[in-house]
Design a protein around this ligand. Structure first.
Ligand code: GLC
Length: 420
């Protein structure tokens, strides 16, 4: 079977009818940003199915605008923590936190691929996107830098960015629990028990408040401004602005958000290491970690090449790029989830940005490198940067999707438009 055919078979195999699971067993539900990648994968051969994926995701939107990070459409005991632990309060059983808002950006791609088909879908989705983005500014905004209330919200669950804020958390009152992830994947490739205790402590805090954002913002020990959220939301607002103009929808509010985040993103610049990283709002401390998310300012549409030297330095350190943590950082672990491995979907976002910022050569190199990575390690969840060996889950939806939409040599060019 060719890799293209294999990728399509993975999407079909993970399709649960209107939504796609990231991979059977380890992640048996609908995840927010995974679904957006799934949609652009489907769009290569089935555009109607791509729109359905997005619409199922937004069917779980909460009345306050939040679009959850997991929708538990059908209870499956192979995953923990499930719907009862989260106690989500939306129309579909769900988690109580969100995930990086890349939907507007890729909805725009779908629209550009087929405007006639897209127009009908846009009408319903634009107000939903606006409500979701407004929720971020209202509850996660700190002077235009976008925070998270839980590490899982960034999609970079156990990055060393959380090590300092986590050290200050005493996870008291967490009931006994049994993890399921380590029965699917070897422990060395997953977060430690220490991290899980703190993840569950923060879930409990949210659930017990009835997911009252004002309360969580006031009392949670964990409030960290993050490059994934800040840069994806900035980019998403630019794309939402373009879509809103197209559809004759209001734009003033969106223009204000863009200006606010453009200015606020500078708070994530850490002069000590000359790089973007995380900022702990509770302590005012930067994390001091250069992660793959540090390379998203180009994707955000910022005219800012200050990360270029780090990019070329890190690109030269391992055979496969971009490692999720700088290999020169003492916390780097090449096989442990977000503490070192390469994630193909992050590479796609980084390369989209590089391309649009006039660094087409670097974008092409990263695409080629990602294609080699997938040819070497298969459609894994993530990969060891040293040799491309697979890690985490297998038959993974977003790796298959970014192969089809971007990395595959048969994909002529990315179908995604520039952010201007
Ligand atoms: C992990 C990842 C997150 C992803 C989810 C499902 O939690 O860190 O980014 O969305 O798995 O694949």
């Amino acid at each position: 079977m060719t890799l293209d055919a294999e990728a399509r078979a993975i999407l079909a195999g993970n399709d649960r009818g209107g939504y796609t699971v990231p991979t059977a067993g380890l992640y048996p539900y609908q995840w927010n940003w995974d679904s957006v990648f799934a949609a652009i994968g489907f769009a290569e051969h089935d555009r109607a199915r791509a729109w359905a994926e997005i619409e199922t995701l937004f069917s779980g939107q909460w009345p306050n605008g939040m679009v959850p990070h997991i929708l538990f459409h059908k209870v499956d005991p192979s995953y923990f923590p499930g719907p009862d632990v989260w106690g989500g309060i939306g129309p579909v059983p769900s988690s109580g936190i969100s995930q990086p808002p890349i939907a507007a950006t890729f909805i725009r791609c779908l629209f550009e691929q087929d405007r006639a088909l897209g127009a009908a879908h846009l009408r319903g989705l634009i107000p939903r996107l606006r409500d979701w983005h407004r929720w971020f500014l209202q509850w996660r905004g700190e002077g235009g830098a976008i925070c998270v209330s839980h590490p899982w919200e960034t999609g970079r669950d156990n990055t060393p960015d959380w090590d300092a804020p986590f050290a200050a958390i005493e996870p008291v009152g967490v009931e006994e629990y049994r993890r399921r992830d380590t029965s699917h994947v070897v422990e060395d490739e997953r977060p430690r028990a220490y991290d899980y205790d703190r993840y569950l402590y923060l879930v409990k805090l949210g659930r017990e408040s009835g997911w009252d954002e004002a309360h969580i913002k006031a009392v949670s020990p964990f409030r960290v401004a993050d490059p994934t959220m800040t840069f994806t939301l900035l980019r998403a607002n630019r794309d939402l602005l373009a879509l809103s103009r197209e559809a004759g929808e209001p734009t003033d509010e969106i223009e204000r958000w863009i200006a606010e985040i453009e200015a606020g993103a500078e708070q994530l610049w850490n002069p000590d290491i000359g790089a973007y990283d995380c900022l702990d709002i509770r302590t005012g401390q930067h994390s001091g970690v250069i992660s793959n998310a540090s390379f998203l300012p180009w994707y955000a549409g910022l005219r800012d090449d200050r990360m270029l030297a780090h990019f070329t330095r890190i690109r030269g350190l391992t055979r496969f790029s971009v490692p999720s943590t700088d290999p020169a950082h003492p916390a780097y672990e090449p096989r442990r989830y977000w503490r070192g491995p390469v994630w193909a979907m992050m590479n796609m976002l980084i390369a989209m940005g590089l391309d649009e910022a006039g660094h087409g050569d670097l974008a092409a190199d990263l695409r080629q490198n990602t294609a080699e990575l997938i040819a070497t390690g298969g459609f894994a969840e993530y990969f060891d940067p040293r040799d491309g060996s697979p890690a985490g889950g297998r038959n993974f939806t977003w790796t298959a999707a970014v192969w089809l939409a971007w990395a595959s040599p048969t994909t002529e060019k990315s179908t995604c438009p520039a952010s201007s």
